[in-house]
Design a protein around this ligand. Structure first.
Ligand SMILES: Nc1ncnc2c1ncn2[C@@H]1O[C@H](COP(=O)(O)OP(=O)(O)OP(=O)(O)O)[C@@H](O)[C@H]1O
Length: 251
C-alpha cells in the first residue's frame, strides 16, 4: 500500500514551544486514518503540516521531511495553492463564505480558471452530491450559505473542498460543533468519499475513531506513541499509554 501522506522526524512548533517531537508517520492511500490523542498533544499542528496551513502562523518552525502524494510539500516547483487544492481541509467550525451555496462550491474552480458554464454546473452538482447535500439544496443554490444548518454548512465545506478535486482531505474535528444526527450524516458522507480519496481525520472521540477509520495514530505530548489498523490497536494496544487512553485511565 503506498502512502498518501508521510512525515519523517518531524519537529515543529511555535517560537520556543516545540509541539511535535520527531514524528514519523505514514498515512496509507485511500480510506480513513484517524489521529487521536489528548488535548494539546499536537494533532492539529500535525494535520496542518501536510498542507502547510501552519506556515503563516507567528513563530511557526519545522524540521524534518513532510510529503504529500509522493512530493515534498516544500518543493519550490509545487505552489502552495496547488498543494492545498490537492490536499483539501475542513475545519472544526463550519466556515462557509458569506455568499451563495453555488458560489461557495465554485470558489475554488473559478480560482483555477474554469469559466465554462456547463463545466461549472457539472462541478457544482457532482460536488454537492458527493457531499450528500444536493437533494437538500438543489432548489436553493443561490440562497446564502449562512442560512444552512451547522451540519449542512459542514457538508457544504466538504463540497467546496471536493470541487477542487483533492486527492486527500484533512478533517480537523469536523463534527465537534454538530449534534449526533448531523455527526452521523457527516460520517456517512466521509465514509462514502473514502472509497475514492484519502482522509486524515483528527478526532477527540474514541468511538468516532473506531467507527470511521481503518487506520489509527495515537499522539501523546508531541510524540507518535502507536499506529496501526484501528481494529488491532483498539483490541490489542501495544503501548501502555495507548491502552490507558483507550480505557479512559488517563491521568
Ligand atoms: N498558533 C499557535 N501559536 C502558538 N502555539 C500554538 C499555536 N497553535 C497551537 N499551539 C500550541 O501547540 C500545542 C498543540 O496544539 P494543537 O492544536 O496542535 O493540539 P491538539 O492536539 O490538536 O489539541 P486539541 O485537541 O485541544 O485541539 C498547544 O500547546 C497549543 O497551545
Amino acid at each position: 500500500m503506498s502512502a498518501a501522506l508521510e512525515c519523517r522526524d518531524l519537529r515543529a512548533g511555535f517560537g520556543e514551544h516545540t509541539v511535535l517531537r520527531g514524528v514519523t508517520l505514514s498515512v496509507p492511500s485511500g480510506g480513513v486514518t484517524a489521529v487521536m490523542g489528548p488535548s494539546g498533544c499536537g494533532k492539529s499542528t500535525l494535520l496542518r503540516c501536510f498542507n502547510r496551513m501552519n506556515d503563516h502562523l507567528p513563530g511557526f518552525f519545522h524540521q524534518g521531511e513532510v510529503r504529500a502524494l509522493g512530493r515534498d510539500v516544500y518543493d519550490p516547483s509545487w505552489p502552495v495553492d496547488s498543494l492545498r487544492f490537492a490536499v483539501g481541509m475542513v475545519f472544526q467550525k463550519p466556515n462557509p463564505f458569506p455568499m451563495s451555496i453555488a458560489d461557495n462550491v465554485l470558489f475554488g474552480p473559478r480560482l483555477l480558471g474554469i469559466r465554462q458554464r456547463q463545466e461549472l454546473s457539472e462541478i457544482l452538482e457532482s460536488s454537492l452530491r458527493a457531499a450528500h447535500l444536493w437533494d437538500e439544496v438543489k432548489d436553493a443554490l443561490h440562497a446564502s450559505a449562512l442560512k444552512l444548518s451547522g451540519g449542512q454548512q459542514q457538508r457544504l465545506c466538504i463540497a467546496r473542498a471536493l470541487a477542487c478535486k483533492p486527492q486527500v482531505l484533512l478533517l480537523d474535528e469536523p463534527s465537534s460543533a454538530l449534534d449526533p444526527i448531523a455527526t452521523a450524516r457527516l460520517e456517512e458522507t466521509v465514509l462514502d468519499l473514502a472509497s475514492r480519496i484519502t482522509v486524515l481525520w483528527v478526532t477527540h472521540d474514541l468511538q468516532q475513531a473506531a467507527r470511521v477509520s481503518q487506520h489509527v495514530a495515537f499522539l501523546y505530548m508531541g510524540e507518535l506513541v502507536e499506529e496501526g489498523p484501528t481494529a488491532e490497536v483498539f483490541a490489542n494496544p501495544r503501548n501502555e499509554l495507548t491502552e490507558r487512553y483507550l480505557t479512559g485511565r488517563f491521568g
